[in-house]
Design a protein around this ligand. Structure first.
Ligand code: ADP
Ligand code: MG
Length: 212
């Protein structure tokens, strides 16, 4: 797709792809969470994204801020546990940063950065706390840097997805300092964080949606 305006339909396609990936990866994400949490992350994400797509398909909001408000509220109301409110905040802040007048690639990158800042504020997580922030922050940084260097939106998102996957893999040796996994202390090391893994999927879905 072009480097021009990003449409609501494209953002819906991104969310639909993420919902499909969460359904497909439900068991894998739950297995990651069983190792260092309570084994429900895949179930939470699948349930949440099903609720999101039900609401979006029933009445697709007219612009990106309204769409992301619907998404965020569905996740917050339908998903118990940490990930619902955190992903809800990600999408709500993304939408608040969007404005009603259409999104450019630079605008999209700014929205992702605002979403990640919202997650960090809500979860009080820093880099290397072994959370979704470890995938999302490098992704937001990489997309912004790539666009700043003149990369196309498609290339910038591909670099963001690579950075997110690398960030998720880099959580393996870390000791968790936030969330349920932190209760395990040193025993949380040696496992990839489930939330960082689902977040890397979210960014890979964006790269696929806007691939050249
Ligand atoms: P719960 O931990 O309540 O069972 P989930 O299993 O759905 O919720 O989600 C767990 C994921 O949430 C973790 O893998 C981590 O990435 C993320 N997470 C947990 N607490 C925080 C936090 N304070 N800040 C950022 N992310 C967090
Ligand atoms: Mg859990």
């Amino acid at each position: 797709m072009s480097d021009g305006a990003i449409t609501v339909e494209e953002v819906v396609a991104w969310l639909r792809d993420f919902a499909a990936v969460m359904a497909q990866e439900k068991d894998a994400l739950t297995a990651l969470d069983a190792a260092i949490g309570d084994g429900d992350h895949g179930i939470n994400m699948d349930r949440g994204m099903r609720a999101v797509m039900e609401r979006v398909d029933a009445a697709t909001p007219a612009d990106v801020p309204a769409l992301m408000k619907t998404v965020g509220m569905a996740l917050i109301s339908k998903v118990g546990g940490a990930a619902g409110p955190l992903y809800g905040t990600l999408f709500l802040q993304f939408g608040s940063a969007a404005g009603p007048d259409g999104l450019t690639p630079d605008g999209w990158a700014a929205c992702l950065a605002a979403g990640v800042a919202g997650v960090r504020a809500r979860g009080k997580a820093e880099l290397e706390d072994k959370t979704m922030v470890d995938a999302l922050q490098p992704a937001a940084d990489a997309v912004g840097a790539a666009l700043g260097e003149g990369a196309s939106f498609a290339d910038a998102l591909a670099r963001g997805a690579d950075a997110a996957e690398e960030g998720a893999r880099a959580t393996i040796p870390l000791v968790a300092r936030k969330g349920r996994a932190s209760y395990l202390g040193e025993r949380s090391a040696g496992h990839q964080d489930p939330g960082a893994t689902s977040s890397a999927h979210l960014v890979r879905c964006a790269a696929r949606t806007w691939a050249a």
